[in-house]
Ligand binder design. Sequence first.
Ligand code: HEM
Length: 405
Amino acid sequence: MAELSRRKILISGGTLGALGALGLTPPAEASQTPWTWSARGSVAGSGAGTDPRWVWDEEADALVASLIDRGDVPEVNRLLWDWNRNDQPLPDGLPADLRDFMERARRLPSWADRGKLETAADFNKSRGLYLNLLNGVGGGMLSTAIPKEARAVYYSKGGADMEDRVAKTSILGFAVGSLNAYRPDGSCVVEAVKTRLVHAAVRHLLRQVPHWPYGIPISQEDMLVTWHTLPTFAMRKMLEWKVPISSADSAAYLHVWQVTAHVLGIKDEYIPSSWDEAYAQSDQVLPRNMGPTPEGVALTDILLDQLAEQTSPGSISRPLCNALARYLVGDQVADWDGIEREPVWDPLISSAWPKLVRFREGLIPLPLVPQIAWVIDEAVRQYIMFFLTKGKETKIEIPTTNRPG
Ligand code: HEM
């Protein structure tokens, strides 16, 4: 971990020490809390009630471990390179067990509602700027404050090249948000099934890291935690910002993420059936799974540097990126991530952003929007464009190794 500077590790260590002062339970102790969320609140309506910390993705995990051990993955990746559309037949030549699994994995659940998926696509378009900011920058900053995810990302192959890793992750994000997401010509099913295979590979590979002490990564609970940092966090923030959202749009946005959770391999008995159920589950799993790590601090630093670099020189500085990130995720997570406080920018962003939102929603006239709001607006656009472009150059592939070195 040579690139983790001593100062940054001290920041995260200090934050861990300060948790008690904030009245919060340190993550290790919090992780002992029992699972009480009921499967009655899931899309399945019932379930065994098994604690999702101890459930993974048995079928995909066994299959991908076997593909890796058989040395089949490079050829599988080659064949899947041109598998891009939801309606596209699987390529010839895939191993029979993989083909059989993928044919089942690509089917939408019986509860998928085409009408809602169409409404969600329109909502994603009209609210694209907020959603991309919240899921891209916000979700990124939250994911680095999830110790298990930060470590998994840091030590896996993609951890060595975060730009490529972010571009790859954004492929799924943009697929979910696109107008044709689950239409025949869309790509959501393809990217989610590929991601399910990648996660199965990560579960197999990370355990081979010498002295990996964290058990099998990416449990069902871990997946739920990440899921809540995406739609649940975004919905809560948009409501906090007073973005008007109709009940049909709200239900549709939840639905597109429920379907995505299913195709990613989250079991139906854990997928929340309503926003209230989602908030309740999020409040149970997020606190016990969040906190500081040196890996998370290092990854945050890389991500924020990228955000600053990707926008045109001079238009947005690293301090502005720090302030934007802090504004999105709040002080506690920002401190866990080791994001520096910005005495000039922090107050500017927290006063300018709500005004920009209200202007966009037709609630206040232009003269009341401070000039700085447009700098933020432009920076967000450039960031999104950058990853859209990057995403086109790369594809999600099953790894066969961990982070080198
Ligand atoms: C890979 C999305 C949950 C760890 C990916 C990829 C996507 C993705 C799109 C493919 C990009 C790539 O190959 O780099 C998601 C979504 C999740 C989720 C939508 C939940 C809803 C998690 C969790 C963990 C995790 C909970 C860890 C605890 C990883 C790792 C890789 C990966 C380590 C990359 C493997 C590599 O670097 O080669 N994820 N993920 N993911 N995911 Fe997730």
